[in-house]
Ligand binder design. Sequence first.
Ligand code: FE2
Length: 282
Amino acid sequence: MSAVIRDVVRVERGMPTSDGAGVNLTRIIGTRQLLDIDPFLLLDEFKSDQADDYIAGFPPHPHRGFETVTYLLHGNFHHQDSRGNEGHLTAGSVQWMTAGRGIIHSEMPEMTEGLVWGFQLWLNLPAKDKLTEPRYQDIPPEQIPVFDNGGIKVKVITGEYAGLTGPAQTWIPALYLDVSLKPEQTFRQPVADHLTTLAYIIDGEARFGRPGEGGSNTRRELLIFGTGDEIQAETRDAEVRFLLLAAQPLNEPIVRGGPFVMNTHQELQQAFTDYQNGTLDR
Ligand code: FE2
């Protein structure tokens, strides 16, 4: 049977906002227009060469009930948590952090000038795993396999592309690719119909979906795909770079309050109580 190419059914643009100690960023998922798209809870792009925009970083703050995935394109970050874990993120590295039952951490730039650019994604955890022990996967760039052939370059963070398997372990089936296409290229990737599938265009432009259908999409657009079992992107005169994200929806209730994402109001209240009592990360 031939593949059914998934068309773009919705396009969203991010909203400028600030978070942490006043870090300016673009929120793409987690906005009023797109609060979440199961199982994706948040997607931020931070990009600035102005130290004032990022220098204050993200001082200690808690998380419970989901995973944070930080993909750094430029710059250096220092990560530290209240359990004594510590790590350095360099350009091209990924931190896949399972907050589980709770962590309190800081994420601070290690530089006072130059470009800081990256993404943070929040991926929900199934109800049965929300209180799991926290886990870190700090993945340096050299551990991320890269397909690079004939004008198509794909970094495989998790999932598979062209026989390459990404290193990140996930709680639910997921795909995270960083795709760059030169002009006049066609990219194809099977993605099972039941997975929520998104593309975020980092730069350039391409046509997504069935060939000949619809116009081009351009940078800073988030594309949400409809039913089918293959993603297709085509470039003409321009290049494109995009993140391709897919994951199994959980179909569970989401009760969200700031840095905690649980299934019931009672669980959310418990998270705030644990945080106030100093037992969130015990
Ligand atoms: Fe955080």
